[in-house]
Ligand binder design. Structure first.
Ligand code: GLV
Length: 347
């Protein structure tokens, strides 16, 4: 396999009959092995940062790329890459890809839905619980040696059981969050671009409301909507002002869905009770004002990070890449295509 080669030498143009592909970030070594059965693999197991220029240089001569949600792949980039045929994200979100530009160029784009749904919903609940019950704030206080005696009003939080859960974006992950709410005896409200069929709503015990009502009614509001120009700053100062002062906010979606500066100010002024954030506007940089407020739980974009799920995501991204480049048992039929209309006229 080519993964033993220095990564910068591997796969420029591919050897005869073997397309060259790039894996932009370090990944499970056995996934590199799998890809190497079909392709000359230029990998990045040292996980060096590939800025836009380095990404462009490494993509020269490649037929496909296994990309990460932080790799920006847009029309300008692919215009200079006439051999690129497949862009396979190891993420369910794909706001890093300019899908219309890829489609126009005849490039297949894929993502990794389904395999991360339940793990991500579990983490949404972990963040919600930690936020409502001040788990990390109290732990930091304890570790700092401040605990001298028990007190009746130490770290009073807000209840989760019996409260109203609001879900903004009711796709697969939103629905998995809603299913878990039944055990807490919660009222579940949601807002989405389109209302779910009545049978699905009934099965989830969830009721569709306007965004304004969701903001006003939710005791715990969880964001799981895709990031796009329309959802940019879906939660900003005006929306935060409509929430209950006792409410919590959890962002599992993408940085940019929340105006982080406005949120930090709302937390500082106690306009809402607390927030739990797994995603940020300028990852890996976190808005400095968020680092200053105690009533926020901050995690480094790990909602899908269980061993089993990250393996499943990596393997699904590899399955997509193999099939999109007409290799393997599903040649020509990648399992999760974002732009299926491109298949009949792909490069
Ligand atoms: C993670 O953020 C994903 O989109 O899978």
């Amino acid at each position: 396999m080519t993964s033993s080669m220095p990564s910068s030498q591997a796969g420029q143009g591919g050897s005869p009959g073997r397309p060259a592909v790039l894996v932009t970030r370090a990944i499970f070594p056995d996934v590199i092995e799998r890809l190497s059965q079909y392709f000359d693999v230029d990998h990045n197991q040292s996980d060096e940062v590939l800025d836009a220029a380095a990404l462009r240089a490494r993509l020269a001569g490649k037929a496909g790329v296994l990309a990460n949600a932080a790799d920006r792949i847009d029309g300008t980039l692919v215009a200079g890459l006439p051999g690129l045929r497949a862009v396979c994200n190891m993420a369910v979100g794909y706001n890093n890809l300019d899908v219309p530009a890829l489609t126009a160029a005849g490039i297949v784009a894929t993502n990794t839905p389904d395999v991360l749904t339940e793990t991500t919903a579990d983490f949404g609940w972990a963040l919600l619980m930690a936020t409502a019950r001040r788990v990390t704030e109290s732990e930091h206080w304890l570790r700092a040696g401040h605990w001298q005696r028990w007190a009746y009003d130490m770290f009073l939080g807000v209840d989760v059981h019996g409260s109203t859960l609001g879900i903004l974006g009711m796709g697969r992950i939103g629905q998995a969050l809603a299913r878990r709410a039944a055990g807490f005896g919660m009222t579940v409200l949601y807002h989405n671009r389109s209302q779910l069929p009545a049978t699905t709503e009934q099965a989830l015990g969830a009721r569709y409301v306007s965004k304004a009502e969701l903001l006003a009614q939710a005791d715990h509001l969880v964001l799981v909507l895709p990031y796009s120009a329309e959802s940019h700053h879906a939660i900003g100062a005006a929306e935060l002002a409509r929430m209950k002062p006792t409410a919590t906010l959890v962002n599992l979606a993408r940085g940019g869905v929340v105006d982080d500066a406005a949120l930090a100010e709302a937390l500082r002024a106690r306009r809402i009770f607390a927030a739990g954030l797994d995603v940020f506007e300028n990852e890996p940089d976190v808005h400095p004002a968020l680092l200053e407020v105690p009533n926020v739980v901050l995690t480094p974009h790990i909602a899908s990070a269980s061993e089993k799920t990250r393996r499943a995501m990596a393997n699904l991204a590899a399955d997509n890449l193999i099939a999109a480049l007409d290799a393997g048992p599903s040649a020509g039929h990648p399992p999760s295509v974002i732009n299926p209309e491109v298949l009949p006229r792909r490069r």
